[in-house]
Design a binder for this molecule. Structure first.
Ligand code: SF4
Length: 263
């Protein structure tokens, strides 16, 4: 099937982790690691001061240490090359934003004399994305708009039309998404891919709630893996309801409309 907003896909699901402390994306990847489907997963991890860095998780525990949305993007391609030159892994998953997934897909299709490095990426996992910040931009936005500093937050998220920040002290602060829109990276304003159309599977909060995550599956082998992960007790999944699909489409349409203004 094809959709302007989802790209080529075979199923739209909602997925929920059955592993304590893990989200749907992490549970899926944990199964892939534990079952030996992949030897490593390249993920972005927030360091002590919320600064992102790309790391290779080799097992569920290392993956667990990377949980949470990072609102600052980093140059992932260099990190992948560095990681795969050091790690002799032949089956690696990469988790990234739509722009990162597209870049990896392009390099896989048009290799740039990098040897077999990108052939070793056997699965591309995308994350829904409305925009990201520079490290300084994120810090300044938190201070200016929320009156908090970077080390005070545990995570940040988009819920419907709100930007929500979860603090270490248990409090939650939120603002209408429109109020932080002006702080995202300029390059993001012309980006029209919300669902990571070049990924084998994409996950996101939009369209789902109560611990469920929406998932757009674009590869039959990924569907088989989800089924195996469910059989092994890592996660459960169901078809996403039409309301959820409509919500994702709306966010994707809004992002495309924003991009059209900046192109
Ligand atoms: S909005 Fe687009 S360019 Fe910006 S981080 Fe997300 S996918 Fe990348």
């Amino acid at each position: 099937m094809y959709s302007e907003y989802f790209g080529e896909y075979i199923k739209i699901l909602k997925v929920r982790s059955l592993k304590k402390g893990l989200g749907a994306t992490t549970s899926y990847l944990a199964y892939c690691l534990d079952a030996g489907v992949i030897e490593g997963a390249i993920v972005v991890k927030a360091t002590e001061h919320c600064k992102p860095e790309a790391v290779v998780a080799r097992n569920s525990e290392e993956l667990r240490a990377t949980i949470g949305t990072k609102w600052v993007t980093i140059p992932l391609i260099d990190a992948i090359i560095d990681a795969l030159r050091i790690e002799r892994m032949d089956k690696v998953a990469i988790i990234g934003t739509p722009c990162q997934c597209q870049a990896i897909r392009d390099i896989k299709e048009y290799p740039m004399q990098l040897g077999d490095i990108f052939e070793r990426i056997t699965m591309i996992v995308g994350l829904f994305c409305m925009g990201s910040f520079t490290q300084d931009g994120f810090k300044t936005m938190l201070e200016r708009k929320f009156g908090i500093t970077l080390p005070e937050i545990v995570k940040a998220d988009i819920k419907a039309d709100k930007f929500v920040v979860y603090l270490r002290n248990g409090k939650i602060k939120e603002l209408p998404i429109d109020e932080v829109k002006g702080d995202i990276k300029f390059a993001c304003l012309s980006c029209d891919d919300f669902t990571a159309k070049s990924a084998d599977i994409s996950f996101g909060n939009a369209g789902s709630s109560n611990g469920w995550r929406s998932a757009i599956v674009r590869d039959e082998s990924v569907l088989n893996l989800l089924s195996a992960a469910a059989d092994a007790g890592y996660l459960e999944y169901r078809p996403l309801e039409q309301d959820g699909i409509t919500e994702i489409e709306k966010m994707a349409r809004d992002k495309a409309a924003r991009a059209a203004q900046f192109k």
